[in-house]
Ligand binder design. Structure first.
Ligand SMILES: Nc1ncnc2c1ncn2[C@@H]1O[C@H](COP(=O)(O)OP(=O)(O)OP(=O)(O)O)[C@@H](O)[C@H]1O
Ligand SMILES: [Mg+2]
Length: 613
């Protein structure tokens, strides 16, 4: 388990400067040349702006005095040249900054996704997927904006302001003091506003997350939404999320906009004071009018960049909220990272042993209270028992989705805690209780079972999974698009595609969590046949809900209340008068008690279970 990858303090404890330093150290360093080049270009632009203000002194004095028209003509060309130069360097710097910035967003998105993939199941269970979507899009952009703005404000606006302030001080130090006296007042007021903006930005982010969340649930759960007439319910949820975002956006905009009157009032006061004092100097004391002109031009030119500096500060704060949220995920230890030096698991026989395994999803809660059983190679072990007893949990622990709180799980006498996680999962083919299909075609979905599988392998697996016939029934065959999460397929078809995927994987250990969802007896039988084929020559553990699976199992473990209450084969257990007998009777009725059922009886028992679970 790698510790936090960063040398920095946790993001929540870092202030603005700390976060910016981290952003630069971790992301901007790679693009340092581009950033330096952009900063130089922006500085040239700042210089050009200051120079054009500086030039006003000789221009005005030339006009007022009896200066030569020829010189003034050269000046006008120079001013044009300076402005054009500023336009060109601004273009160059923006191009450089955008490329570097977009690259950083791409890097962050990759890193964030890698960070997510390296988390364990517990992490996913605790969160809604919408949260990740907003982080991946909004927050990554926020991080880029914070970096970009820092660079543009420092190189362009701060340098322009410094250059122009220098012009003012050189032209008239006393005037400069009068003009700049309002700056500290502005800085303090803007600082106050910033704290407020940060709060609203966080709220707006939470609102955006809830918008994505509601949208996702409304679309994925469209069937339930319609059937239960939940449109109004979803609309209310969405409206409240949208209102939250709208309200925070308004508050943010208003707070940011307040900076305008504040700076305008202060700037107007400064300019008025300058004109008052300046005109007194020029008219009464006969001071140099060119210097006053140049001074006023510099003051007016400095106004915009100074205002932008205040404004960028607000926007940088906003972007840093995204940075903080991304670092929260990036700084989590990569729980599932491959620990160097762990040997790969090599499965020979495939004997799986549970040795007093204890586990709870939450601290202080026991879902498994000391589970011990052996799943023999080449045999099928069925886990049966009441809902919520811990059967799916056992299947998850074998794949080490979670680490047990106590006890050991051994495969061929090797504790799975000590082996390479990737090799463990490569040795297991898993069909989950709730089938998951990915975007794409049927072929794509089966092919995920084994990288580089040939078309013949894929079709072979589909035939064994009794899926080939229905696939060929579709116009596009294996290229048929299945829609989001397989929405265009029936439950039984989805299950058979998942089984084909597991067949293709051809792993020595097979874990099946039978879907509890009702299937018609035809697809039920097809799936049964597919699974019978798949079990040959492997260690199979199956969470069994169906009569045939249970009766055909070599060994049955009754999981009740987080423990193995009873185990044995069907004949032994049914004779034992224990929990199995009760379980079986309630599940399948008295008529299914005898193991030697006729196929007609089995089907009707099954049918009964399916229709009236
Ligand atoms: N991600 C989770 N977080 C917290 N508790 C969980 C989680 N998954 C399952 N549980 C709890 O663990 C217990 C066992 O659940 P499990 O899914 O293993 O039951 P099961 O035997 O497979 O039931 P079923 O037959 O209904 O599929 C249940 O009480 C359940 O509430
Ligand atoms: Mg289950």
């Amino acid at each position: 388990m790698s510790a936090s990858p960063s040398a920095f303090k946790p993001a929540a404890e870092l202030g603005t400067i700390g976060l910016l330093r981290r952003l630069f150290a971790e992301h901007a360093r790679k693009h340092v040349l581009a950033y330096i080049a952009a900063a130089v270009l922006l500085a040239v632009g700042a210089g050009a702006t200051s120079a054009s203000a500086w030039l006003l002194k000789p221009i005005v004095n030339g006009m007022v005095g009896n200066g030569a028209f020829k010189e003034l003509r050269t000046m006008s060309w120079t001013v044009w040249g300076l402005f054009s130069l500023r336009g060109l360097v601004t273009f160059g710097s923006l191009a450089l900054l955008s490329r570097a910035g977009n690259r950083i967003v791409a890097d962050i998105q990759r890193q964030l996704f890698d960070g997510l993939l390296a988390q364990d199941m517990r992490f996913y269970h605790d969160r809604h997927s919408a949260e990740f979507m907003t982080r991946l899009s909004l927050s990554a952009n926020g991080m880029r904006d914070a970096l970009q703005l820092t660079i543009t404000s420092i190189s362009r606006d701060a340098l322009t302001a410094i250059g122009l302030i220098a012009v003012m001080v050189l032209q008239d130090p006393i005037l400069a003091f009068i003009a700049l006296a309002s700056l500290p007042v502005a800085a303090v007021t803007l600082g106050r506003l910033m704290g407020k903006i940060r709060k609203f930005a966080r709220r707006s982010f939470d609102g955006s997350t809830r918008i994505v969340e509601t949208l996702q649930e409304a679309v994925l759960g469209a069937k339930i939404v319609k059937s239960f007439n939940l449109e109004e319910n979803m609309r209310t949820r969405m409206a409240s999320a949208i209102r939250e975002v709208e309200r925070s956006a308004n508050r943010m905009a208003i707070t940011a906009a307040i900076s305008n009157p504040i700076s305008d009032v202060l700037a107007g006061f400064a300019i008025g004071a300058v004109i008052f004092y300046g005109s007194w100097r020029v008219t009464i004391q006969h001071a140099d009018p060119g210097a006053l002109f140049s001074f006023i031009a510099a003051l007016m030119l400095a106004y915009e960049p100074l205002k932008r500096l205040g404004r960028s500060n607000l926007d940088i704060q906003n972007g840093l909220i995204g940075a903080r949220m991304i670092y929260e995920i990036l700084d989590r230890p990569a729980v599932e990272a491959v620990v160097a030096g762990r040997p790969p698991l090599s499965v020979n026989e495939g004997r799986i042993v549970f040795d007093d395994v204890r586990f709870g999803y939450r601290t202080g809660e026991n879902v498994l209270k000391g589970v011990s059983f052996v799943a023999e190679p080449n045999k099928t072990t069925a886990l049966v028992g009441p809902s919520g007893g811990g059967k799916s949990t056992i299947i998850g622990l074998i794949q080490r989705f979670f680490a047990p709180d106590g006890g050991r799980i051994l495969i061929d006498s090797v504790d799975i805690a000590s082996v390479n996680l990737h090799s463990l999962r490569a040795s297991i083919a898993f069909v989950s209780q709730d089938v998951f299909l990915f975007r794409g075609s049927i072929r794509d979905n089966i092919a995920l079972g084994r990288a580089g599988a040939s078309e013949a392998d894929i079709v072979g697996a589909a035939i064994k999974a009794h899926a080939h016939d229905f696939i060929c029934g579709f116009g596009d065959g294996y290229a048929t698009d299945i829609g989001e999460q397989g929405a265009q397929l029936s439950g039984g078809q989805r299950a058979r595609i998942a089984i084909a995927r597991a067949i293709l994987k051809d792993a020595p250990i097979l874990l099946l969590d039978e879907p509890t969802a009702a299937l018609d007896s035809e697809s039920e039988r097809e799936i049964q046949k597919a699974l019978d084929d798949l079990r040959v020559g492997r260690t199979t553990i199956v969470v069994a809900h169906r009569l045939q699976t249970i009766i055909n199992a070599d060994r049955i473990c009754v999981i009740d209340g987080g423990q193995v209450a009873e185990s044995g084969n069907h004949t032994e257990l049914i004779a034992g008068n224990g929990v199995y007998q009760d379980f079986f009777a309630t599940q399948f009725g008295e008529q299914a008690r005898t193991p030697a059922l006729s196929s007609q009886e089995r089907r009707s028992a099954n049918f009964k279970n399916v229709q009236y679970p």
